[in-house]
Each structure stands twice: as C-alpha cells, then as structure tokens.
Write a protein that binds this ligand. Structure first.
Ligand code: IMP
Length: 403
C-alpha cells in the first residue's frame, strides 16, 4: 500500500528534519525535496561519521532509495555534483524534475553583494532569492533545458542578458555556458519528469516521504516577511513543489526543537541574549550547517508553534534536541504575547508587530532526563492539540524514541 508523508519544520529552520527524515526513511522508497536549494543544510551522523547535505534528500544514505528534487526547488548543479560525491558507494537513484530552476553562479554573487551592502536579510548567500526572482520574472532556466545544447544556449542568453542589464554577472557568457554544459554531462541522466514518476510510483504502491527545508516561519508568504526565504516551506509547498494531489497525502509530520533558533535577521520574541542563551547555543551546537554562523537562540514559543501546526495541518509532532535542555534549573515556554498592553495568543502577520510583542511565559522546573520532561511534553501536546510521537535527544540515529 502506498503511503505519502510530508515532513516540515515548524520554526525558523534547523529543527533537525534531516535527522528525522533519515530516521524515518527506512519505511519509505522515495524521499522528495519540494522547495529551496543549497540554503538548506542537513547534518546526518551515522556510525560516527558526519555527512552534510544541502540539496540531496538526507535519507538516501541508507541505500536502496530514490531521491527526487522537485519542480519547486532552485538547484545549484555545480554544488550538486560535489554533494553527490559524498554518496559514492551508496546505492541510490535520483530524479531532478525538468521543471526545477537553476541557481547560476551570478545569482550567488548577487546574493553576496546584497548581503555585503547591509541591505540583505542575512541570507545564506547561495543565490536562492535571485534564482526565484528570475523564475517569477520568467527569465529563469529550468533543469530540463540542460538536456538540449541549443535550448540551453538560447535560454541562457536571455537570462544572462537580463541579469547583465539589471544586476551583476561575474562570468562571461561562453565561460558560463561551458560550465553548465560540463556539469550537465555529469547529472543529465538524473533529469526527468518527477511528476509522472511520482504518479506511477504512488499508483504502484510505493511509499514517499516529502521532505521540507527551512521552516514554516521562513515561508515566503506565511513567515516573518521580509525576513524569510523565497519559497513555500509549509506543507502546501509540497503539493505545488512536486505537482502532487493533496488527496493522495496521508499525513503531515511537524518537527520542532525543544527551544527555538533563528539564523539571520528578523523578529524573534523569545530570543535569549544572556548567559542561558549562550549555554543553549554551545550545548546544542547551534551553528549553521550551511554558513557556520552562530544561531540566535531562545525559549520554545507555543504561540508561533500553534500557528505553524495550523497552517501545516500537522498530524503529529516530533520534538528534537530535548537533551540540550537537560540540566537547566528552569525551562520557560511562551504561551502568549503582550502587545501594547493587550494579551494576544495568535502569531501576528506583521513582522513590525511581532518585533514589539513581549512573551508571556510559563515556567517549568528543570529536568535531567526524558522521564523528568513528561510534564513539559504533555503541556506542549495539550496546548497544541497534537500528539508528540517521536523525541530525539542526541545526534545519532539511536538517540531517538518513538512514543
Ligand atoms: P536564503 O534562503 O539564503 O535567501 O536566506 C533567507 C533567510 O532564511 C535567512 O534568514 C537565512 O538565514 C534563512 N535560512 C535559509 N535557509 C535556512 C536553513 O536551512 N536554516 C535556517 N535558516 C535558513
């Protein structure tokens, strides 16, 4: 019997989806990414060895799986070729949807320049927003174009001229064309129609795990705009990003960290800029997998999570990094906000308003193990109205329990 699950992050990314997708992937035949690109960073530790994936779905490491890079993604093929080297010796297959857009070297240069000018949002500098900009301006290049030299040349010319005219390009046209041609020889065999592939797979009884990158609060529309990424990170993004019918989805799994982190600029109501915050950052190893930047750290925010649970239609929750909170004398959880003297319990749409809220906390006494955390976990489940089914309390695969 086929089974289709969507796994998404409920906060600002880095919830540990990669580890959970890897943990769950044993049950699935196909792991499909539906948005984003090399801005994501999934660290997976297996048998003492650490792997970092940016574009490749993390569960592929197990072997015998098919990875899908969906139409909603923006793919840096130069980086992808590098990444696939980590999978040498692993038995896997990959399908890059012909409709997925390409991140070109000049997108990365433009992203970096924007950040250096101080006018960026604190991006990962991977050229993500620039590639989506070209896609929506209808000057993008799709992966399928790599399969035909003439089409590629024509489309690249159009896109290159658009970029050279309004933005910055770092390579000359022929150099860029040659690079793309060389890379396309390496990955050309993986490019195909992922929509028909998934249709046949699901109709043939295969199991599919759709893996989101980043988190709901970084969604282009439903996140803390403009401090967001440029794609739909919520579960609905899986449908548009893979051309997949909602009726065939069985469940949505929402992953959240037992506290909150955020990388880059933007409002963060429960942020801790004190010693407790530093301790959580160090203990949790809260440094970006993609950029190495220290992550901003704060208490768990149930106002934000309740919003995320709704917009994603979460069926069950996965809590990660609970062990990081072990040993603290007390643990706080935001259960409401105060805004201009009024209490609110819904996550504001406006980042300006969010920047002015003050969290209303509920305080728990500290705990040192899973048993001690029971009250904390039950409180979260009751508040969100969704069960916590999996808890992760360490990086290794075996530091995960299913309740
Ligand atoms: P971009 O996606 O590189 O354009 O970055 C836009 C915003 O999303 C920045 O605040 C980034 O720090 C954040 N971001 C992008 N990818 C991730 C991720 O995988 N984890 C956490 N934050 C991310």
């Amino acid at each position: 019997m086929s089974k289709v699950s969507i796994i998404v992050g409920l906060q600002w990314g880095d919830e540990g989806k990669g580890k959970i997708a890897d943990f769950l992937s044993g049950d699935y035949d196909i792991i499909a990414r539906f948005q984003g690109g090399a801005n994501a960073g999934h660290t997976v530790k297996v048998g003492g060895k650490e792997y970092i994936f940016h574009q490749v779905p993390s569960g592929l490491l197990r072997g015998g799986k098919v990875g899908v890079l969906g139409a909603g993604m923006v793919i840096d093929i130069i980086a992808l070729v590098e990444e696939l080297r980590q999978l040498e010796g692993v038995d896997y297959d990959l399908i890059i949807d012909e409709r997925a857009h390409l991140v070109l070297p000049y997108h990365r240069v433009q992203d970096a320049r924007q950040e250096e000018s101080g006018r960026g949002v604190g991006s990962t500098r991977k050229g993500i927003s620039q590639a989506y900009r070209d896609k929506y301006a209808r000057f993008g290049i799709r992966a399928g174009s790599l399969l035909d030299e003439h089409v590629l040349k024509e489309e690249l010319r159009r896109s290159y001229e658009f970029n050279a005219r309004y933005f910055t390009v770092n390579l000359d046209f022929d150099e860029l064309y040659d690079i793309l041609l060389a890379e396309s020889r390496e990955i050309g065999n993986f490019i195909g129609d992922a929509v028909s592939y998934l249709k046949d797979a699901v109709e043939g009884g295969k199991k599919v795990l759709m893996e989101g990158a980043q988190g709901a609060l970084l969604d282009i529309d439903f996140g803390t705009y403009p401090y967001v990424t440029s794609s739909h990170t919520i579960s609905g993004g899986a449908l548009v990003g893979l051309g997949f019918p909602w009726k065939r989805v069985d469940e949505v799994i929402g992953v959240f960290k037992a506290y909150t982190t955020r990388v880059g600029k933007g409002p963060f109501p429960t942020e801790l800029v004190d010693e407790t915050g530093n301790q959580i950052r160090e203990k949790g190893g809260e440094y970006g997998a993609t950029t190495g930047r220290p992550r901003r750290v704060g208490w768990l925010d149930l106002v934000a999570l309740r919003y995320s649970v709704w917009i994603n239609g979460v069926d069950y929750l996965v809590m990660t990094k609970l062990d990081v909170l072990f040993g603290f004398p007390e643990i706080k959880v935001a259960v409401g906000y105060r805004l201009h003297g009024m209490e609110i319990d819904w996550f504001p749409a406006s980042s300006h308003r969010l920047a002015h809220v003050e969290p209303v906390y509920r305080t728990f006494s500290g705990f040192d193990d899973l048993d001690g955390a029971r009250e904390f976990i039950s409180f979260i489940e009751e508040h969100l109205g969704v069960p916590v089914k999996i808890i992760s309390y360490g990086m290794d695969r075996d530091k995960t329990i299913v309740l």
